[in-house]
Design a binder for this molecule. Structure first.
Ligand SMILES: [Zn+2]
Length: 164
């Protein structure tokens, strides 16, 4: 009985110590998954939800040499690389953003840049797709611009989602 009580108190103490440290960590979104395998599982789950099974290939891998500044990249037609060091917290946003690029090319094959008026807008609309899916945690290009999605951008994002 006494040992159970001691174990319970120890558990509560550990929880109390751990909880504030975690909630205070503003960078927790950027923390990598525990292992690359976990990252691949999350990516596979989200791409299946998006209906990509059998349509595209998503490979979680070390991108530190090939694309050191990117978390995700369209490596070839319907092949997407995701950095194994991508933060667990924004992995869903990241997949949605890269998926938007696949959809942009499906809607405007080989001419998405021209259709949207340049690469900047292509990236912004990909961020807007992630936002339309309810992912507020990661939108690097909107952050860079310093403003949210315009009505036109929201509409463009919705049309890519409806294209599924
Ligand atoms: Zn992008």
């Amino acid at each position: 009985m006494r040992s159970t009580l001691i174990a319970l108190l120890a558990f509560v103490a550990v929880f109390l110590l751990a909880a504030p440290a975690q909630s205070a960590d503003r960078d927790s979104l950027r923390k990598p998954c525990a292992t690359p395998a976990v990252t691949q599982a999350i990516v596979d789950q989200r791409t299946a939800e998006l209906g990509e099974t059998g349509k595209s290939m998503w490979i979680v891998q070390d991108m530190s040499v090939s694309h050191p500044k990117l978390w995700g990249v369209i490596a070839a037609k319907n092949i997407v690389w995701v950095a194994e060091t991508a933060g667990c917290g924004f992995l869903r946003s990241l997949v949605d953003h890269e998926w938007a690029h696949l959809q942009q090319d499906r809607k405007y094959p080989g001419r998405a840049d021209a259709a949207y008026g340049g690469m900047d807008e292509v990236e912004i609309i990909a961020d807007c797709v992630a936002k339309e899916f309810g992912n507020p945690d990661y939108s690097p290009y909107l952050k860079l611009r310093g403003s949210g999605c315009t009505e036109y951008e929201k509409q463009s994002a919705r049309s890519l989602i409806e294209l599924r």
